[in-house]
Design a protein around this ligand. Structure first.
Ligand SMILES: [Mg+2]
Length: 278
């Protein structure tokens, strides 16, 4: 009898331990769990033919608009780099299974590897612009600033040159040396006497300072305001992996200080959901 009671107590202890462990892990939402939430977006970018079709569509419309512009003046296009003309999705996919988020040191490793590939349609269109009398300016938030360890100028230029992009030189490449906002750099191009025919990007802030707002309502109002420009002066590439849209769903500001659990909860809370009857 004493033996049985001892065995029962032993089983009970194991059960209590198991249930405690289960409860603890259910609440313990990690950065790895948050990273896992991007798997479908990454798979779509890397594996769907639809992503490629949308990229071709973007650059086909860009070509149509460029050809419609008959003026023979000092004209140019302005393009963003990351997720607009080159694909960095392997960098983001590298975070799957890891328990940390974006880090400058890892981004630097990826950039040094110069492994980014061209977005479908980008190479042809940018070279077409130059062949038909235009110039291409690249405005990127890749850094060329202290600390020196984050100077990504050379590796980025080498990556783009190797892919065959045109006008990869100091005049045409405007890296980030201060603010991430791009209006100042866009202005510097018009101040040199250029007329910007088209702007191409994956993030609304690539087009106008009117999109520098950080909240969802601010961004939505600006999009409504500029709706005529999309497909005419502004050409957008799809990026479901990252962008200012993500910070906006967390409310903007210092959203990056939120915990992985908070971010995941907000992602779910900001969805419009149909309520099933059962
Ligand atoms: Mg970009």
């Amino acid at each position: 009898m004493k033996h049985l009671a001892k065995q029962f107590l032993g089983v009970l202890t194991i059960l209590v331990l198991v249930s405690t462990t289960t409860t603890a892990s259910a609440d313990d939402f990690t950065t790895k769990d948050l990273n896992d939430e991007t798997i479908l977006a990454l798979s779509w970018v890397q594996n769907s033919a639809e992503f490629k079709a949308l990229a071709f569509q973007a650059f086909n419309i860009a070509k149509l608009r460029w050809d419609m512009d008959k003026k023979r003046d000092k004209k140019c296009i302005v393009v963003d780099i990351d997720e607009t003309i080159i694909d960095n999705s392997p960098f983001s996919a590298g975070l799957i299974g890891k328990n940390y988020g974006y880090r400058d040191s890892h981004w630097k490793q990826w950039c040094i590897a110069q492994s980014a590939t061209a977005i479908p349609g980008a190479l042809y269109f940018l070279n077409y612009v130059v062949k038909t009398g235009g110039e291409v300016f690249y405005i990127t938030n890749r850094k060329a600033q202290p600390p020196k360890t984050m100077d990504l100028t050379l590796v980025t230029m080498n990556n783009l040159k190797a892919l065959g992009f045109p006008q990869i030189d100091k005049k045409h490449m405007l890296f980030r040396t201060g603010s991430s906002k791009k209006q100042f750099r866009r202005d510097s191009i018009t101040q040199m006497g250029y007329r910007i025919v088209l702007l191409i990007g994956d993030n609304l802030a690539d087009f106008s300072e009117s999109f520098d707002g950080q909240t969802m309502p601010e961004r939505e109002i600006a999009v409504e305001q500029y709706k005529i420009e999309f497909g005419s002066q502004f050409i957008v590439l799809p990026n479901p992996i990252y962008g200012n849209w993500e910070g906006a769903i967390y409310g903007g500001g210092k959203w990056y200080e939120k915990s992985s659990k908070e971010k995941s909860d907000i992602r779910i809370d900001t969805l419009r959901k149909f309520k099933f009857s059962k």
